[in-house]
Ligand binder design. Structure first.
Ligand SMILES: Cc1cc2nc3c(=O)[nH]c(=O)nc-3n(C[C@H](O)[C@H](O)[C@H](O)COP(=O)(O)OP(=O)(O)OC[C@H]3O[C@@H](n4cnc5c(N)ncnc54)[C@H](O)[C@@H]3O)c2cc1C
Ligand code: SF4
Length: 329
């Protein structure tokens, strides 16, 4: 591990100024929440910061605060606190369920919501320091190499999948991300926060190096809302989604007024399915309609040499998640 200095930021302003000062001094700085992702990258020399800016020392950024028109969630809230928060559990169930599927209790106790959303890819080549596109090289080794866990939608020139469990839930809930930087604050819709490799292969989101994800804002949940997060793993714990589905249904008795369906584990960004949502709008969700939705969910999927199983898994997951949600008491 390369040696680095640690700075405990007391305010967002101080965190941003520390990053800027590092830049002026010809150094690099990395933000750190729980460190459960970043420190692994530092240990493997994938990220080589001179300065770590610890955000957990900023007071008040770990709260859930009801607000007019919804709720504000601080980016430094731990996944454990988020998953067990009564308001999130009752009104934003999909987010609570997503948070509680992450990794292990130990990681959920330190890992933060912002760190979860901003974690780097877990592609084997990237994490092991291969000189691929994400590591500043000129090729993607997964195209002809190991690609069992790679993208079936939106891939190229890198085929990573976005690893965050909370990100599909936040897109499904129509969240806005509060981004704070040197020139102030901006609110970015969750769906516009994530960046495809074909837009910029070096990064996964729109954050500039001197910007901080300070929190998220969720709009009020409508009466009749039901939501859930369903995640398929290749083992029982400790790992990312092979495929996941965040589903939000606004119901009027047994009729689905509107739906939002966002997949995880299948694309370099949380992958929304607008065509499936329109099949469901205004309909009673029967087993036949859920099967039709599952079929529509895989339209346009492009498999690599070893990840074709994800196509049938996605179809089944969408169908089963819809049926489970409409029959949930
Ligand atoms: C064994 C293991 C299993 C895992 N399983 C899962 C899983 O099942 N699902 C899942 O989603 N994740 C998983 N993770 C990934 C990750 O550790 C967790 O998602 C965790 O939530 C990351 O949060 P953190 O606060 O520890 O992030 P950190 O490690 O502190 O930061 C992660 C990244 O985000 C940046 N960052 C942190 N905070 C901010 C901020 N406020 N603004 C801007 N950038 C920021 C950092 O610079 C870094 O690049 C796993 C990790 C491990 C080691
Ligand atoms: S999928 Fe992305 S991270 Fe993995 S080898 Fe290809 S370029 Fe690198």
């Amino acid at each position: 591990m390369k040696t680095f200095a640690n700075t405990n930021a007391r305010t967002l302003d101080q965190a941003i100024k520390t990053i800027q000062q590092a830049g002026k001094d010809g150094q690099t700085a990395s933000l750190v929440g729980g460190g459960s992702d970043l420190l692994g990258l530092v240990k493997e020399f994938i990220v080589k910061p001179d300065v770590l800016v610890n955000l957990k020392t900023i007071k008040g950024l770990d709260q859930v605060t009801p607000a007019a028109g919804g709720v504000n969630i601080g980016g430094l809230i731990t996944l454990d606190s988020l998953g067990s928060h009564p308001l999130i559990r009752s009104q934003y169930t999909v987010l609570a369920e997503a948070a509680e599927t992450v990794a292990t209790p130990q990681i959920r106790n330190v890992g933060t919501l912002a760190g979860n959303v901003c974690q780097r890819p877990w592609c084997w080549y990237f994490r092991n320091g291969f000189p691929c596109l994400k590591n500043g090289g000129e090729t993607c080794f997964s195209v002809i190499g190991e690609n069992r866990f790679h993208a079936i939608f939106g891939g190229g020139p890198s085929y990573i999948v976005h690893p965050s469990d909370t990100a599909p839930a936040l897109v499904a809930l129509d969240a806005k991300f509060r981004v704070v930087g040197p020139s102030g604050e901006r609110m970015v819709p969750a769906a516009e926060f994530f960046v495809l490799p074909r837009q910029d292969v070096a990064r996964e989101n729109v954050l500039a190096a001197d910007e901080v994800l300070a929190g998220v804002q969720l709009p009020s949940a409508s009466p009749g809302r039901r939501s859930t997060y369903n995640k398929v793993l290749d083992r029982e714990a400790w790992t990312h989604a092979v495929v996941s589905a965040a589903v939000v249904l606004d119901m009027d008795n047994e009729i689905c007024k509107s739906a939002r369906i966002v997949l995880g584990g299948v694309a370099p960004i949380p992958w929304r399915l607008p065509s499936v949502e329109s099949i469901l709008a205004g309909q009673r969700i029967t087993p036949e309609l859920a099967a039709k939705a599952g079929e529509a969910a895989i339209a346009g999927a492009q498999k690599l040499s070893k990840n074709g199983y994800k196509v049938s898994m996605t179809k089944a997951l969408v169908r089963r998640t819809l049926l489970a949600l409409v029959t949930r008491a």
